[in-house]
Design a protein around this ligand. Structure first.
Ligand code: UDP
Length: 332
């Protein structure tokens, strides 16, 4: 069993991952600045209220607690917002990561799992997206994650870091016990927005209906958040199984994590209708800037190397748990 520092553990994917790690018997400590995360999402045995790059706080924590691995989820992650605030995105997603890594290396912690994204690929057309496709981010968000990956590669080469970047497609759903789930303010993501529209009995805005896709709306690969969490644990076990740390011999690996199935915005809305039993009204509006028509993963490498699995009937699981979670949020 490992003792894990979950940086950004008050956020959506970080908290789902904490829940998963605890259920598997690992020990979890969260570090988060609560800028976008929620105190109510904190799980585990301890919490440090600080930014990832708060060197004094991180150094003090590392001197008190011994961690086997650091998982880093804390980031700004909205494509549209990143276009308007590139400095904020680079500062949060690159500079803060560099400062965190600096303290890790100083403390002799060389196991690191990093949240990356399919946004580093830009618009790769109709093919499924495997790890080796060209990287051409269309937004500062994607650029920051690509920059952070480059940093990890350098730390692996020169400082003995064992790092894995997991490139998520569209993380969605709530973990089965509904301890934690998606809670953004403002909410921009499709599934929670559709379900909120159902609860509030208002129409859903569909951004663009003239994309080169079968029904004209964007196609995405929705991956269940607890399947992502399981992949984090598998990646951690993989790097913990390596022989004693040699400062000259680290390794950086990347895996694309998606369900490998694509669903259009309209197909998601139809599935939400089935799960909720409610008819959903649609308003067609302009395209949202920065949205590529189609992003679907090829996760063969993760399946082979991490034993990554997508649960059967993933989309139903995603939307059913997301619906339960939205109702729980409304009632609390
Ligand atoms: N979308 C939409 N209406 C909404 C929210 C999202 O039509 O209220 C579309 C969005 O333009 C994109 C897809 O749904 O094509 C998925 O968007 P989301 O923000 O959930 O994830 P992204 O793929 O941007 O990370």
């Amino acid at each position: 069993m490992a003792k894990v520092l979950v940086v950004g553990g008050a956020g959506y994917v970080g908290s789902a991952c904490s829940a998963w790690l605890l259920d598997q018997g690992h020990r979890v400590w969260v570090l988060d600045d609560l800028s976008t995360g929620h105190r109510s999402a904190l799980l585990g045995e301890g919490f440090t209220h600080a930014r990832a790059g708060d060197s004094a706080a991180v150094r003090a924590l590392f001197s008190r607690e011994k961690f086997d691995c650091v998982m880093h989820f804390a980031a700004r992650s909205l494509v549209g917002e990143s276009v308007l605030k590139p400095q904020e995105y680079f500062e949060n997603n690159v500079t803060q990561t560099a400062l965190l890594l600096d303290e890790m290396i100083r403390a002799g912690i060389r196991r690191f799992i990093f949240s990356s994204t399919c946004a580093i690929f830009g618009n790769p057309g109709n093919q499924k997206i495997s790890e080796h496709l060209p990287k051409a981010p269309m937004s500062p968000y994607g650029e920051t994650k690509l920059n952070a990956e480059a940093l990890l590669a350098d730390c692996a080469k020169n400082q003995g870091l064992h790092a894995v970047a997991l490139r998520y497609f569209n993380a969605s759903g709530a973990e089965a016990q509904l301890r934690v789930g998606e809670k953004h303010d403002p909410e921009t993501h499709l599934i929670p927005n559709v379900l909120k529209a159902v609860l509030e009995d208002r129409p859903v805005s569909v951004f663009g209906n003239d994309y080169p896709t079968p029904d004209g709306t964007c196609v995405r690969d929705y991956i269940y958040v607890s399947d992502l969490a399981a992949a984090h644990e598998a990646a951690m076990k993989r790097i913990l199984a390596r022989p004693a740390q040699d400062p000259k011999n680290g390794l950086f690996e990347v895996f694309n994590l998606g369900s490998e199935s694509g669903y259009s915005v309209l197909e998601i809305i139809q599935t939400c209708e089935k799960v909720t039993g409610k008819k959903i009204k649609i308003t067609h509006v302009e395209r949202r800037p920065g949205d590529p028509p189609r992003l679907v993963a090829d996760s063969a490498l993760a399946r082979r190397e991490l034993g990554f699995k997508v649960r059967a009937d993933s989309l139903n699981q995603i939307i059913s748990t997301a619906w339960d979670w939205e109702q729980k949020k409304k009632d609390s």
